[in-house]
Ligand binder design. Sequence first.
Ligand code: NA7
Length: 552
Amino acid sequence: MTSPEPAPDRSSCQLVADVDVLVVGAGITGIYQLYRAREAGFSALLLEAGDGVGGTWYWNRYPGARFDSESYTYAYLFSKELFEQWKWNEHFAEQPEIERYLNYVVDRFDLRRHMRFGAKVTSAAYDEASGKWTVVASDGTELRTQFLIAATGVLSVPYFPDVPGREDFRGESYHTGMWPATPVGFADKRVAVIGTGSSGVQIIPAIAGEVASLTVYQRTANWCTPLNNAPITPEEQAQLRAGFEAMCQTLNTSPSGFLHPVHDRGTFDDSTDERLAFFEKMWNSAGFSKLTSNYTDLTVDHAANALWCEFIAAKIRSIVKDPETAERLIPKDHRYAEKRPPFVTGYYEVYNNPNVSLVDLKQTPIVRVTQSGIETSEGLREFDIIVWGTGFDFGTGALNRLGIRGRDGIALTDYWADGPKTFLGIQSTGFPNFFFPGGPHAAAGNNPRYNGDQVDFITVTLVYLRDHGYSTIEVEPVAEERWTKMIDTGAAMSPFGEISYYFGSNIPGKPRRYLLNSGGRPKLFKEIGRVLENDYEAFRLSGSSNPTEASA
Ligand code: NA7
């Protein structure tokens, strides 16, 4: 079924380029894809809606925004020289350092001249006769490309809940995922933060010290644990450099793409004292280790999970002085890792500040936003600034907004009406020569590691097509069905529950389908290996199979 919308009016568009590869999005994945395509000798161009590079790390520039994967494991590893030249300051870098790094990479590899900024893709249509895509951007330009690669990210479409009166507020309003480039003045302001996911719990402690008052609107408490960030010492810098190959080896063989070693014991293998000592060690460990290096049964045995939750709850009670506030901050409705766990720096501590208060929206829901503030069932509080930390349309949000139309004019939004169908999280049947690395069904861990694997595979594939004289590639329905089924059936084994946004549950009306890669990296590698061994039998390749003929 195709959408009834009329075809876009392109009468005022100007054809500005005809390239081999058009990349959409200058985030971590898009920059790498542009680099790889250029390196492989393709003419390539990248379109970016924003005015600078960074993608997620360009838009999420709110105070306190930082990695919660180790900086050097999230960064590019394709060039040892690059790794040696860039010195991360902190184990978990803050947004300005990340943005500086990505700009450095773009200039280091001379990629900027192949990028157009302020160019948001509004439509992209496949033309079967030429085997090419016609892409229209918001700056009025039209481009033609043989291969269209959307690296538009999974957390790039901010979500605003449909709260009555949201537009009426006369103070300043910001979404964490669309933060302005000019600094926001919080000093002495009355501030509301709505949402206590990873973004909310990062910005709250970052601004609490300077605002006149901070009111946190929490609907669901999260199992937050310390990030345990620290500057990278000169000795650690030297170790990182000396250990580059070993680090890559670990990262490339880790199912989650992290360095953290997997533990070898279950929760009930230890005595109570041993367990408490181990939990203390976990509490003091860096970032995601609490998930990846914890007891092996943490996410599969509910009794084991409950013990870890009890430990965190005791920590919250010991940090937060007001017992009622502490109880409100302790999740009562989900297990650890059933939702994506946030990692924090001084988060629980801020609730001891006299200027910080917590509103529990399950007890006193928001009624409306007014011109001067937020009204809950308890009454109105007035603010100068409202921060919406209310999340994103995860996974499919950006791709569904690109106006993609494949063979026979089929809209991607229609093809994915019941949730995404993909092969390897990179292609869908009916959309030849269209790839979307770093989208749905891509990762289940440290994102850039998986997304880089996909970019590498796509690039190898484009080279294969060129070498063999093929001009189009489209995944066979059977391969797409196999991969999508693997994702759907594997979802039951995921630590994340259906209440997580990884199932689309935060967006009203969105299909509840698992949006990560249930098989993880081992499955991705296995399937890629199978494709390469079997000469791309999972795909339909067309065009001349004689390279000489094709280049004649
Ligand atoms: P998240 O993790 O989706 O968090 C969004 C928060 O907003 C969460 O606390 C939601 O509560 C809250 N929310 C959403 N809708 C409402 C309404 N209507 N009223 C009140 N509160 C609401 O997004 P983040 O930006 O924090 O993090 C996204 C990712 O960025 C993160 O996982 C990292 O990968 C980086 P809820 O839990 O739904 O009750």
